[in-house]
Design a protein around this ligand. Structure first.
Ligand SMILES: NC(=O)C1=CN([C@@H]2O[C@H](COP(=O)(O)OP(=O)(O)OC[C@H]3O[C@@H](n4cnc5c(N)ncnc54)[C@H](O)[C@@H]3O)[C@@H](O)[C@H]2O)C=CC1
Ligand SMILES: O=C(O)CCC(=O)C(=O)O
Length: 527
């Protein structure tokens, strides 16, 4: 398997991949979009930092790509939606550079408060000017932290240690968490209005683009100082230029820009009271080693089919949940595949229902495995856990998750149904204590069958001799029957049968069984 490394990633971290047999690493940095598109053609994995842009065009040529590893946090340089549609897992290293980005933010804030870059340049130029660089203290000032995630929280903690008052804005910040951190929770407008210093720590998304715009600058105190070590574009650069020119903003410290590298003629470069660094927030030995190790391990896990943790386009699964769900993931995929093979024609309105204890868990990952099994009839290898919901949506298939904690005779029941040309069809399964997974229902019929291997499924009239005749045809074809389950509602009425067989059943044998009077449906099933 080939891993293409397209940005500068710690060699020590890459060792984690180098030592895996069957994994070959190719390092090619500084590629244009067209070169990256060409290089990714033969890659099974792509490793990047923030420099490479993994666009739709790049992904179009990525025939074998299974995983993109981002050695860092922000994935705004990766078209995650396009990767998801293609079933490519995107993994990142969410906490490897938190402290470095936080400390850089503090360096920038203090540099801004005490004019350190300009004072340094003045001394270097042979000048001894102490009057031009009178600064302000942080102690007693109000800091607005916009985005109270990992980095924002660390910044808030350090600001408290500096004696600052901290006002935090984040849609997910709870009153309890704010209290625990000793900060004031506020709306965005109120946070920026109260602040002497403002620092942003959100990802760049549709919602956060130009979160700090001209209207927001108008609300700020005169002489406010502003820091951006998160992403260019969260602050509207034109509005910042206007606020600097008007003297509203006393200084800005920027690590990130709407366009990187920052163009040589960018208007921000004209302001002496703006401090620039070239996207260095995560550039420490420690952070680069941390993120490289984490992402290399994650990429190896994906390639080797082992569990992985940090996928940005899959629901997260902690160890406890992952252990609990593991046998259900196998059962769920098989139930999906069973329903898909029972009704290989079109289907709509899929319902994945969870009963009993299972209904009390976070089952979003499990629903994906059910969907993957179900859609594999239609999309074959194209479908995986990553793109199953997107493929269903694009095919116009509505998917519902239903939870019924109290309504099952089984400790837990997983049931999958869909509207097919034969009406709504349903299969259900459970895990028997000690006896493993079982299919326990097909449509309205109760059965008890191991969801494994090759099977023959029939719908037929419940009459004597039926099973014998099927057994005879299979015997003549030298096909051994492993086990058999019949489900029926009334004697002499309709029935279903599942037979497990030891080898593939040729189509002429299936046809011969289908000819038996009273059999009206026959299918070959493989789980
Ligand atoms: N300059 C650099 O080298 C680095 C930059 N970063 C940037 O910093 C960002 C934050 O990193 P982490 O704290 O690790 O991420 P995080 O995911 O832990 O925190 C982001 C926070 O932003 C909040 N948020 C999302 N939308 C928001 C909105 N509209 N308004 C207010 N808050 C909102 C989220 O609720 C979350 O709490 C990353 O997305 C990345 O872009 C991260 C590392 C290094
Ligand atoms: O790779 C880098 O140095 C950039 C880090 C960064 O911006 C991030 O992790 O989001």
């Amino acid at each position: 398997m080939k891993v293409l490394v397209a940005d500068d990633i710690s060699r020590q971290g890459l060792e984690k991949l180098r030592i895996v047999p069957d994994i070959e690493i190719e390092v090619r940095t500084g590629l244009s979009e067209a070169e990256l598109a060409q290089a990714v053609r033969a890659a099974d994995a792509l490793l990047v930092r923030s420099q490479s842009k993994v666009t739709e065009r790049v992904l179009e040529s990525a025939g074998r790509l299974k995983v993109i590893g981002r050695a860092g946090v922000g994935v705004d340089n990766i078209d995650v939606a396009a990767a998801t549609r293609r079933g490519i897992v995107v993994v990142n290293a969410p906490d490897g550079n938190t402290i470095s980005a936080c400390e850089h933010t503090f360096a920038m804030m203090i540099g801004l408060a005490r004019h350190i870059p300009r004072a340094h340049a003045s001394v270097k130029a042979g000048v001894w000017d102490r009057k031009s660089f009178v600064g302000v203290e942080l102690m007693g000032k109000t800091l607005a932290v916009i985005g109270m995630g990992r980095i924002g929280t660390e910044v808030a903690k350090r600001a408290k240690a500096f004696g600052m008052k901290v006002v935090g804005y984040d849609p997910f910040l709870t009153d309890d968490r704010a209290k625990e951190l000793g900060i004031v929770k506020a709306a965005l407008e109120d946070a920026v209005a109260a602040a002497d210093f403002i620092t942003v720590h959100t990802p760049l998304t549709k919602e956060t683009r130009h979160l700090i715009d001209a209207a927001m600058f108008a609300r700020m105190k005169d002489g406010v100082r502003i820091v951006n070590c998160a992403r260019g574009g969260i602050i509207d650069e034109q509005a910042l230029c206007d606020a600097l020119a008007a003297g509203k903003v006393a200084g800005a410290a920027l690590d990130v820009y709407e366009q990187e590298p920052l163009p040589a003629d960018h208007p921000l470069r004209r302001f002496d009271n703006v401090i620039f660094t070239p996207h260095l927030g995560a550039s420490t030995e420690e952070a680069q080693l941390n993120v490289a190790i984490v992402v290399a391990e994650e990429v190896a896990n994906v390639l080797l089919g082992r569990p992985f943790r940090n996928a940005v386009n899959l629901p997260s699964l902690d160890k406890e949940l992952s252990d609990y769900l593991a046998p259900y993931l196998v059962l769920g995929e098989k139930l999906g595949a069973l329903l898909g093979q029972l009704s290989p024609q079109s289907m709509a309105d899929i319902e994945i229902a969870y009963g009993g204890e299972l209904a009390l868990q976070d089952v979003s990952f499990l629903s994906r495995t059910v969907l993957k099994g179900l859609l594999s009839q239609r999309f074959a290898d194209e479908v995986n856990y990553v793109n199953a919901p997107t493929l269903a949506q694009e095919a116009g298939i509505n998917v519902r998750e239903v939870k019924q904690p109290k309504s099952t005779v089984f400790t837990s029941l997983l049931s999958v149904s869909a509207v097919t040309p034969q009406g709504r069809r349903r299969v259900a399964g459970t895990l028997y204590n000690g006896a493993g997974a079982r299919i326990v229902q097909i449509d309205d019929y109760r059965i008890d069958m191991l969801p494994e291997g090759r099977m023959i499924y029939t719908e037929h009239v419940d009459r004597p001799g039926m099973i014998g005749r099927i057994g005879m045809i299979l015997g003549e074809a030298d096909i051994n029957i492993g086990s058999m389950q019949v489900g029926r509602r009334d004697t002499g009425g309709q029935a279903v049968m599942l037979l497990s067989v030891d080898k593939p059943v040729p189509s002429e044998v299936l046809d011969a069984i289908g000819q038996i009077a009273g059999i009206h449906t026959i299918r070959s099933i493989e789980l």
